[in-house]
Design a protein around this ligand. Structure first.
Ligand SMILES: [Zn+2]
Length: 278
């Protein structure tokens, strides 16, 4: 009896173990299928991510393309006629931008101002502005003198040859322009001398004279900028010339001066300058 009971118990136990084992296997397979499902979920979400990032890349590249196409039509000062039209007061003459061959302004006039030795012409509006500037300085007790104004290509050639004979061609290039490249040939440039200290004329110590200081502070009010500011030789192509002022009109001169009094024309407008190309 007890033996039959034991057999029955063993059989029941085996059935139970069998059932449990079956159940356990089912659990494993369920969890495996869960796992499979979760992997495929991950894969599909990765696929989703991939396709999202592909879309983002497409958006990025189309943004880049539109940026590129924008840059193709972006403002280029080298193509701006204000700097190359000889009628413009922003006409650029530097070692990278010569004036048209044989250029001579058609509206040259003689400003009625005190001079160092010889009289010079300037383009009409520049001449009028120069007279106003000299008169305003005189009211402040400062006597400006005109040292140089418009210089023709021929005159510039003689001047450059003179300096080249004295110092050699390389040094002549740092203080005088080759014909066709001179700011003076625009008819908009004036070299200004000092009545209080003539020995400072055409030297960098001109900035320390009453005339140099007055011009530095007020020239922009009459449309003139210091064309060759201190420390900008690599950009303008010329050493510091605190006596050389260039007429560009009151609005433009004020814009440059109020940005930075020592900013060069080339820097402000983004025009190339520096040394001769050859
Ligand atoms: Zn000059």
């Amino acid at each position: 009896m007890s033996k039959r009971l034991l057999i029955t118990a063993i059989v029941l136990l085996m059935i139970l173990i069998g059932l449990m084992g079956f159940k356990f296997a089912g659990m494993v397979s369920e969890s495996e299928s869960d796992h499979t499902a979760s992997v495929s979920d991950t894969e599909s979400s990765e696929n989703q991510e991939t396709s999202d990032s592909e879309i983002e890349e497409n958006i990025d590249s189309s943004a880049e393309e539109s940026a590129e196409s924008t840059s193709e039509t972006e403002y280029d000062p080298e193509q701006d006629s204000r700097f190359f039209d000889t009628d413009s007061y922003l006409i650029c003459a530097n070692k990278k931008h010569p004036l048209p061959d044989g250029y001579e302004p058609s509206d040259l006039a003689w400003p009625e101002v005190d001079v160092v030795s010889a009289r010079f012409t300037l383009r009409w509006d520049a001449a009028v502005a120069l007279e106003e500037m000299f008169a305003a300085a005189a009211e402040d007790g400062v006597t400006l003198l005109l040292q140089s104004g418009y210089r023709s290509a021929e005159y510039q050639s003689q001047l450059w040859n003179y300096y080249a004979g004295l110092y050699g061609a390389d040094d002549a290039d740092t203080i005088s322009s080759r014909p066709g490249y001179s700011d003076h040939q625009t008819g908009l440039a004036a070299d200004i001398g000092s009545a209080s200290n003539p020995s400072a004329d055409l030297t960098q110590s001109f900035i320390d004279t009453a005339e140099g200081q007055w011009l530095y502070k007020h020239a922009y009010e009459y449309g003139f900028i210091m064309r060759y500011p201190v420390g900008k030789q690599d950009i303008t192509g010329y050493a510091y010339e605190p006596w050389h002022y260039r007429y560009i009109g009151v609005e433009e001169a004020t814009a440059i001066y109020t940005t930075d009094p020592d900013l060069s024309f080339e820097e402000y407008y983004g025009i190339s300058g520096g040394d001769y190309a050859d």
